[in-house]
Design a binder for this molecule. Sequence first.
Ligand code: FAD
Ligand code: NAP
Length: 548
Amino acid sequence: MNDTAGLLSHRPDFDAVIVGAGFAGLYMLHRLREAGFTARVFEAGDGVGGTWYWNRYPGARCDIESVDYSYSFSPELEQEWQWTERYPRQPEILAYLNHVADRFDLRRDIRLETRVTLAHFDEAAGLWRIETDRGDRCTARYCVMATGCLSVPKAPDLPGVERFAGATYLTGAWPKDEVDFSGLRVGVIGTGSTAIQVIPQVARQAKHLTVFQRTANFSVPARNGPLAADELQRIKAGYRERREQSRRSLFGIPVALPDAPRRTRDIPPAELDRQLEALWAQGGAMSLLAAAPDILVDAEANARVAEFVRRKIRATVQDPEVAERLCPNTHPLGTKRLCLDSEYYETFNRANVTLVDLRATPIETLTPHGVRTSASEYPLDAIIFATGFDAMTGALLAIDIRGRAGRRLRDAWADGPHTYLGLASAGFPNLFLITGPHSPSVFTNMVPSIEQHVDWIADCLDYLRAHRIARIEASASAQAAWEAHVAAVADATLMPQADSWYLGANVPGKPRTFMAYLGGLGPYRQRCDQVAAEGYAGFELTPAPTTA
Ligand code: FAD
Ligand code: NAP
């Protein structure tokens, strides 16, 4: 145990317990060990990788370019690892994260197949008491939740789901063994980012695919392809600058904002079409948003870009009725995460694919043989639920977390999450959240956002140790001010207009509150740096008792 333990009379088992071994938990462990802290990671899965361990569904891949959706903390790792595609597939990202675990010798401090069930703050001892579903009990000075924003799949909430006699699959907990849909009648429920990846793949294999769509989504072609060796070499040669640009950007990708951006609505139609055609040909959802970020605040500008995408759908899908059903018209473009696809719209030209519009003909029930809507019964051998996640708060609230005076996080957050900077919550000392609610997180390329949080937390623990501080806690007033800012920024955009998971709208009964910070990664980063430079402004710091 290092000096931190010596600051207090109660010695913890670990300086820090980290929950989760995805991108966030792995890097947190590495940073803390480098700084001389002791740490233990608990991970529910039987392997590391988080999102990329659980989501093995056909077609699963990244929507950010591989060279940017990767750690920047180690220039050696950056140079060694060879990405093979522009947008990597799930197995490649999982292999990368396993390589990281081995390369930095992380596994010895990770306990797999172990779910943290309870984390209680013991005020007298100034420690977190942690328990797991395997009966482990341990104490730690700090508890870091690296539990993921999209790690709790939403259970299928359709009537009759237990009666269906065929096979069922949840994309967020996909089996490890390959699933063969050849010769089968398959149904996919959902048309979010996940389904949009699954559908083209399964359509190629299944005898027949029926897609059950409740809300049509905007999707942009990925234009995926192999990464040429010389292109990768060129990127690697300029990596430091590229990473720096991502860190300063709005979305965590290396796209600089123009110095004097033109309002999209002021661009003459023919010129805007040319620009959009170029972006469409280039591919990439984030690139489209980054090229015209005002479309998230200006309804008229948004409508023009949305209409461009609808024209693309109509030009791609041969049956005009099907094309019209695929045209999103319930929310502005980008207010639900813009999807990235490989031949999604083209898939509806296949003879073996049917689109069912659940707004016109809702599902009444699942039957032993398939799905019955108000119009018809669709016989199925297998159903894939691509129905999303209890995002942002689901994994945190699944743990019995109690802070000062035994206050439960579930009660403290009954009306929605409460955080300061998305990093900490008032009433819960020495508890840190990685990419917690009210941070840029899911609105960015998540890897640079994760790295920024991990670095900030590691630097903070270093500061606490150096200044002999036993406890750090977000102040209620700083938290309220930050939340008001997060809400004001969101309200100035079109984002709250969509019934999205950003707002918790996809989970019945979940409080409706905008959970991501939309001010951009670069400005957010500056704010966090400033808080640290001012001696952790907005946090209450309690010095360790002096020993006589
Ligand atoms: P996760 O990867 O979710 O890891 C959290 C881990 O914590 C999980 O392994 C979970 O088992 C574990 N855990 C949770 N609770 C407990 C507990 N109580 N006890 C023990 N273990 C626990 N982001 C992008 O920026 N670009 C993308 O292209 C992209 N694609 C995505 C595709 C899919 C299908 C999904 C679901 C998400 C995608 N994301 C993407 C978001 C993605 O979640 C993040 O990019 C990133 O992988 C998150 O890493 P993490 O470590 O924070 O969380
Ligand atoms: P999602 O965006 O929440 O989509 C879930 C889909 O299921 C929606 O179409 C939803 O319809 C539908 N649905 C949910 N419950 C339903 C019900 N009871 N009946 C009928 N339809 C129902 O979830 P996701 O697709 O898993 O994506 C979540 C996030 O993960 C993404 O936004 C993205 O951030 C990330 N992701 C990224 C990628 C990538 O490209 N790399 C891939 C997958 C996921 P409604 O819209 O009507 O609710």
